[in-house]
Design a protein around this ligand. Structure first.
Ligand code: ATP
Ligand code: MG
Length: 570
């Protein structure tokens, strides 16, 4: 391709709203262009890479035995009512009516559609197992679209759904996808960790996330170097490293703690360590309309995903109780405690609180706390894991100190079991002719998010540094002066040779200053750059490996052979 015929809309500066390197670079390199918040157009260079990423995913999905289909983004309300999600999904779901007043949504995911499809297409155990997937556009009206393609309102996802006769089959399908995802992210050159993920209301250890490691990631990974335990912070469990000796129970006392609001202030004032004060947070669920009081040690935070699970709700439907609600429950904001709390509030006690003796809690009375409180002597509750795990805590598996790091969730796999097949009646007939629900799994990769995560991991001060397998072009030839006969002739002959051997090559025939042209290609991140200059008449060029940024002189034949071999090895 000749550069003079291409759209190369590179920018010196990125718009102010772009704050992370990958977003800035995608805009500056002219890979994407914003349409409205969270919605982007893909420009020629960006689209070439997008297709390459999709094709790697497609090849590995096909190799795993899955079959590709393409379904619609427009989904009828009826299927979402069947699954029970029409009322549960919340404002992220984009809903609309057609001219006949029929209701629809734009699919944020496709469990309903695929379950309904397979229910019609598959009748017998002989047709199972089955895994079908698509690479398709999704819509989610995200509260805060940001970071470009990382959190869009329209984005491309590869979603796959497996259907098996039983749990054992699901286990095999899940394992197959787990291995397939590893191959995909390895081939894409992503540096990632696989972590245990929350499964919401379904429970069990039925989900993993694939996290591209990056400081700008919105997820926190808690992991252990010793035994390889790794989990999303939402899911992670841990053991507190700081522990307290058990004491003889003392008598409860009410103490005045006027103007002492934070855990630090209270622990200093009462001269007890923060870990022996206990905070009580009251949550309310909008869907099942219940209150729950959660007790964690003062040196920990409450994990709201665990709260949602304990209350049989989901993150979108829980919130902290308001000051008025707290008053109506017989307590007061800032001084909430479990002793004599209104019976309508179910009490949940974190494992680490259960281990404490003689601890401090709010007195449910303005300006007062109780000291020497003990679980089961002074109040009761459901013991469980409700705290946020953090670095420095001990690993739940091997008891070594945990570490933490940031990650971008690029994929998630999930054992759905019969969550959709039961309500939607997606059944098969077994060998005995008995009708049973199919056992399902679902598997997503954020294709456009992965694209940007890759750039977050592969860039330097000059721009993007594309891995060869996904670069928009493999090579670019940049003559210093295209009007110079020798340079033009050599550039064109290299171009012919590379192109004829399946090297995707750009010839920069623009009549621009060499520095300007090179800056463009370095910004876009083409892996192999061939500069044709003053030694053109001797068939000598300068070769620049974008990764190393070092120029080396070599003959034109040598450079052709080198790049052809690199591309052949892909
Ligand atoms: P998140 O927690 O980041 O909102 P999610 O867990 O809701 O994501 P899934 O339903 O698991 O997302 O979707 C599968 C994949 O789609 C995710 O792993 C992620 O890579 C991608 N994805 C989800 N939401 C977005 C978005 N708004 N923009 C771009 N990619 C997204
Ligand atoms: Mg997810």
């Amino acid at each position: 391709m000749k550069a003079s015929k291409m759209i190369i809309p590179t920018l010196k500066e990125a718009p102010n709203e772009a704050v992370i390197a990958s977003h800035i670079l995608m805009l500056r390199a002219g890979l994407i262009k914003k349409l409205v918040s969270g919605v982007y157009n893909f420009l020629p260079m960006g689209l070439r890479t997008l297709h390459k990423i999709e094709n790697i995913i497609r090849e590995e999905m096909d190799r795993s035995g899955a079959q590709e289909i393409l379904s619609s983004a427009m989904q009828p309300k009826e299927l979402w009512v069947e699954s029970g999600r029409w009322s549960k999904y919340g404002p992220e779901l984009i809903r609309f009516k057609d001219r006949h007043d029929h209701e629809y949504c734009l699919g944020p995911t496709h469990e309903e559609i695929f379950t309904d499809l397979v229910k019609d297409l598959v009748k017998s155990y002989k047709q199972l197992p089955l895994n079908i997937y698509q690479i398709q556009t999704k819509y989610r009206d995200e509260m805060r679209p940001r970071f470009g393609l990382m959190r869009g309102r329209e984005f491309i996802m590869k979603d796959a759904y497996s259907f098996d006769v039983d749990e054992k089959g699901l286990e095999a399908s899940y394992q197959n996808m787990y291995e397939t995802y590893k191959r995909i992210f390895d081939r894409l050159g992503i540096n990632y960790k696989i972590v245990l993920a929350d499964t919401g209301a379904i429970g069990g250890n039925g989900s993993h996330q694939f996290m591209a490691l990056s400081d700008v990631g919105e997820s926190t990974i808690v992991y252990c170097d010793h035994c390889h335990y790794a989990a999303d912070e939402e899911k992670a469990t841990s053991i507190a490293a700081i522990r307290y000796e058990k004491e003889e129970f003392k008598d409860v006392e009410e103490v005045l703690t006027e103007n002492k609001h934070t855990i630090e202030e209270i622990s200093e004032f009462l001269n007890v360590p923060a870990g022996k004060t206990v905070k009580t947070m009251i949550y309310y669920t909008e869907d099942n309309k219940t209150f729950g009081a959660f007790l964690v040690r003062g040196d920990y935070e409450v994990n709201e995903i665990k709260v949602a699970n304990a209350l049989n709700s989901s993150e979108a439907f829980i919130r902290l109780a308001t000051d008025e609600e707290i008053l109506s429950l017989g307590s007061v904001q800032g001084f909430i405690g479990p002793v004599n709390l209104n019976k309508d509030v179910k009490i949940f006690v974190d494992n680490e609180v259960k281990e404490l003796t003689n601890f401090v809690v709010g007195a449910n009375k303005k300006n007062y706390h109780l000291i020497n409180v003990n679980f089961q002597r002074d109040f009761d509750g459901v013991v469980g894991d409700y705290k946020k795990a953090k670095a420095g805590d001990l690993c739940p598996v091997c008891h070594q100190p945990l570490k933490s790091e940031r990650g971008i969730e690029v994929g998630q796999i999930f054992k759905l079991q019969t969550k959709y097949s039961l309500p939607m009646n997606c059944v098969y007939l077994n060998e005995q002719g008995k009708s049973l629900p199919m056992v399902m799994g679902c598997y997503g990769i954020g294709v456009t998010r992965t694209f940007q995560a890759m750039i977050e991991q592969h860039h330097d001060d000059d721009g993007i540094v594309f891995p060869l397998q996904v670069a928009p072009y493999h090579a670019v030839i940049v003559p210093v002066n295209y009007n110079d006969e020798a340079q033009k002739a050599l550039a064109e002959s290299i171009y012919e040779k590379l192109s004829s051997q399946h090297v995707e090559t750009v010839l920069d025939d623009r009549l621009l200053k060499i520095g300007f042209k090179l800056k463009d290609w370095e910004l876009i991140g083409i892996p192999n750059i061939i500069i044709v200059g003053r030694r053109a008449s001797e068939n000598i060029i300068e070769y620049k490996d974008r990764k190393i940024n070092d120029k080396v002189e070599m003959s034109s034949d040598e450079v052709v052979e080198k790049i052809v071999n690199l591309v052949k090895a892909l």
